[in-house]
Design a protein around this ligand. Structure first.
Ligand SMILES: Nc1nc2c(c(=O)[nH]1)N[C@H]1C(S)=C(S)[C@@H](COP(=O)(O)OP(=O)(O)OC[C@H]3O[C@@H](n4cnc5c(=O)[nH]c(N)nc54)[C@H](O)[C@@H]3O)O[C@H]1N2
Ligand SMILES: Nc1nc2c(c(=O)[nH]1)N[C@H]1C(S)=C(S)[C@@H](COP(=O)(O)OP(=O)(O)OC[C@H]3O[C@@H](n4cnc5c(=O)[nH]c(N)nc54)[C@H](O)[C@@H]3O)O[C@H]1N2
Ligand code: SF4
Ligand SMILES: [Mo]
Length: 716
């Protein structure tokens, strides 16, 4: 009898979960995936992987996958299965009707950082060339939009300055508001390898995460700050750098403007950022702030890695600027082993940013308001384009509540579960006349949708992804698309139904168009990536195989110099009070992924079958709570019920949960505050109180603290 597990074929592709972008050999037998083998030649992972990429692929043919298009006139009605042609006609008819009734700007699109560069590019083209407006956004809005803003302002490119392997040359590693052992496990273990070789580790995070301390690695300094105090703490570190003259004057004079440095030094050097003052405010020892500053500034090679603990705040962009300033002041840019590196989240969120899924820029970060840039896109696309920046996703939702925004095309995103202040999102969804959802599953947002296009997962299509180190890798079709079309084909057919004559023989042609219109991708093509494996942008005539380390000689700004931004600390308006005395911060766990549509449908759920509330024993004791009790978490925005998990990973006064399960509705309590510059939501700070719901309904929280392994050694 033939062995049903014996593979017949293998295809090299890229994991679509996190921004590490591990290469895999997907082995198949017939139309089934048998194994995912981490690819040894993968330049982001060198044959390593984590439990998601390796094991959590069974969602691809799960019975819940939608296999036919669906439509309905009202969200009260049941879904009607229809042919693809009917679904496209219906959606196009609705969008045209809405635009005729309420105006061109009454519809918009949201693209997916879970989809390929080519698909993201097509969705923004759909908004701009077909809908005729710039109402286009993507989930980087709620993730790393402050990175885009804060790093562009200081060093020019809103992206990681290094490649992952550069960390093997770092002497000091500073991790700010990121938890790579859970969120970017393969990079996390590379980091731990470097720590074991003797590099020093500074972690700034309210929680004692696995990154702070685990069996294989411990931080030399952990600043367990109160959530929401990043800017104060980073300014205080800068204060020590300035007061103790630990900065790199030669670098600043050569690569920045000295007078800008002086202005910045006057701000951070002021008494209000003295470690004693900030230590009291942030809840950490002043000497630890000094020690962190000395360690970072003295390097000799110090690298910063950061995540959502920096960006998802009302001062998210300011926090990112603080990191840019610090690296400029200490000369930690432009060589191996240093740099400022956002640990970008979803598999292709860097691509989402690069390829124009923003209301104000086309692909390649070129402004829609620039006449010459717009003319180049008009020449390529054959239609006049709108010079007015469009609505961001939160503005689309606000406009929907106000009654002026009526239709939305959402590809691969679940705003009802993942956006903040869920009550508001649902009110917006209910007010729209046509929501077209293009997803793998009927997610939470589907409850408010009128059209469902059954999409294809990354295992069912061709294209490219751009990972957190700017690396563009191939996604290759492993199995046939379950509902017949790859996602890029669905968007093209939707364009055609709207009357726009797009046509591509393959996604390679879309990448060619991207290359023509986006300077940093000018040299990218399927042929190049197929030949050399992967390439980091900028990739052009001067760097035909891409660029590992940015900013070697100059910064990509008009004057070629880095800029010190003034970063005054302004506390968030979200305050604790007697009624809401605890600070809730939210984040992730290793085995589950974001809204969980995929990982909850795999055996990974054995490790994290529900979201729990981590609460310190002291806070639990004063509320009469035991481990496993069902508790009510109430904020100014809503209430949810979760099981309590007594923990010393959080300090008293801080509670923590994840948002992977729809039924726990973490975002029914998160606030509507957001970053001043980019509207990135403040998921990391919500004032709450916690109370016992019903001891009778309590029980053991069904969570295994950690899976047995976080990272897998090369197989084979
Ligand atoms: N397993 C797994 N991996 C993932 C994901 C997943 O869902 N599951 N999602 C992917 C996505 S989309 C993203 S964006 C990345 C996110 O990856 P990370 O950025 O690492 O994500 P988080 O766990 O949300 O937050 C990071 C840390 O910020 C800390 N933090 C909270 N408040 C503050 C604060 O005020 N200051 C500081 N300094 N720190 C604070 C939290 O305690 C947490 O440890 O992960 C990606 N990888
Ligand atoms: N409280 C709280 N909320 C948060 C965060 C937090 O830290 N705390 N983090 C925020 C962050 S950083 C992010 S990035 C968001 C993530 O939130 P989302 O982007 O909403 O979540 P994902 O799970 O990444 O996937 C979104 C949808 O894409 C679908 N999908 C996956 N692959 C494909 C594909 O190939 N094609 C198509 N068509 N669809 C696909 C999935 O089924 C799912 O419905 O959540 C945000 N929400
Ligand atoms: S670290 Fe895990 S989730 Fe991230 S790309 Fe690699 S295998 Fe996928
Ligand atoms: Mo994210």
């Amino acid at each position: 009898m033939p062995n049903p597990l014996k593979p017949e074929k293998s295809v090299v592709t890229t994991c679509a979960y996190c921004g590490v972008g591990c290469g895999f050999k997907a082995e198949t037998r017939g139309d089934r995936i048998v194994r995912m083998i981490p690819w040894k030649e993968g330049k982001a992972n060198h044959g390593h992987s984590c439990i998601k990429g390796r094991f959590a692929y069974d969602y691809y043919n799960h019975p819940d996958r939608v296999r036919t298009p669906l439509i309905r006139a009202s969200i009260e009605d049941p879904w009607t299965p229809v042919s693809w042609a009917e679904a496209f006609d219906y959606a196009a008819g609705q969008f045209k009707r809405i635009q005729a009734t309420y105006g061109r700007a009454s519809v918009g699109a949201v693209s997916s950082s879970r989809c390929t560069n080519e698909e993201i590019f097509l969705v923004q083209k759909f908004a701009r060339a077909v809908l005729g407006n710039n109402n286009i956004d993507n989930c980087a809005r709620i993730c790393h939009s402050p990175t885009q803003f804060g790093l562009s302002a200081t060093v020019g490119w809103g992206a990681a300055s290094q490649h992952f392997d550069s960390i093997l040359q770092s002497d000091v590693i500073m991790v700010v508001g990121a938890n790579p052992t859970e969120g970017h496990p393969v990079f996390g273990s590379l980091m731990k390898r470097r720590i074991r070789q003797g590099a020093k580790l500074i972690v700034i995070d309210p929680r004692r995460t696995e990154t702070v301390k685990s069996a294989h690695c411990a931080a030399d300094i952990h600043l367990a700050i109160r959530p929401g105090t990043n800017v104060a703490i980073l300014d205080s570190i800068a204060h020590v750098v300035v007061r103790e003259k630990l900065y790199d004057e030669a670098f600043i004079r050569a690569r920045c403007e000295w007078h800008e440095f002086e202005n910045w030094a006057a701000l951070v050097g002021s008494d209000r950022y003295a470690p004693e003052v900030v230590g009291a405010l942030a809840g950490v020892a002043p000497d630890d702030i000094r020690a962190a500053a000395r360690l970072y500034a003295n390097g000799p090679k110090s690298a910063i890695y950061y995540g959502l603990g920096v960006t998802e705040h009302s001062q998210g962009s300011t926090g990112v600027m603080c990191l840019g300033n610090l690296a400029l002041a200490c000369g930690m840019l432009g060589i191996e082993g240093v740099g400022v590196n956002p640990l970008r989240g979803q598999g292709n969120v860097q691509g989402g940013s690069c390829l124009g899924s923003w209301p104000h820029v086309f692909s390649g970060y070129r402004f829609v308001t620039d006449d010459a840039v717009r003319a180049s896109f008009e020449a390529e696309w054959g239609v006049p384009l709108d010079a007015e920046p469009g609505l961001r996703l939160p503005n689309m939702l606000d406009a929907a509540v106000a009654g002026t925004f009526k239709g939305m095309y959402v590809m691969g995103e679940d705003p009802v579960q993942s956006d903040p202040n869920q009550h508001h999102v649902i009110a917006a969804m209910k007010n729209m006349e046509c929501v077209v959802l293009h997803d793998l599953f009927l997610n939470e947002t589907s409850k408010y949708a009128h059209v469902f296009f059954p999409g294809s997962s990354s295992l069912e299509k061709d294209g490219t992804f751009t990972n957190a180190e700017r690396r563009v890798s191939r996604v290759r079709k492993v199995v046939e698309p379950l509902a017949g079309y790859q996602d890029w084909e669905i968007t093209v057919k939707f364009m055609n139904a709207m009357g726009y004559p797009a046509s591509y023989a393959s996604p390679a042609e879309v990448l060619d168009e991207i290359a023509r219109l986006s300077p940093a991708y000018r040299g990218m093509s399927f042929a190049l990536i197929d030949r050399i494996g992967s390439a980091q942008w900028p990739c052009d005539e001067s760097a035909p195989e891409g660029t590992e380390v940015l900013h070697r000689e100059k910064f990509p700004r008009a004057n070629g110099r880095g800029t010190f931004m003034l970063t005054e600390y302004v506390p968030t308006a979200e305050r604790t009070t007697d009624r809401y005395p605890l600070l809730l911060t939210t984040g992730r766990i290793l085995s589950q992924y974001n809204v969980g549509t995929q990982t909850r449908r795999t055996a990974n759920s054995l490790w994290h079958p529900e979201d729990v509330l981590e609460i310190h024993a002291q806070d639990a004791a004063v509320r009469g709570l035991k481990d496993g009790d069902l508790v009510r978490v109430a904020s100014r925005f809503g209430e949810i019920e979760l099981r309590a998990r007594l923990s010393t990973r959080v300090n008293p006064g801080v509670v923590y949960t994840t948002f992977h399960h729809a039924k726990s509705r973490a975002n029914a309590v998160t606030s509507d505050l957001s970053d001043w510059a980019t509207n990135c939501p403040e998921y990391k700070v919500t004032a709450v109180d916690v109370a016992l719901v019903d001891a009778g309904r309590s029980g053991q929280a069904r969570v295994i603290e950690r899976p047995p392994v976080e990272e897998m050694e090369p197989a084979e």
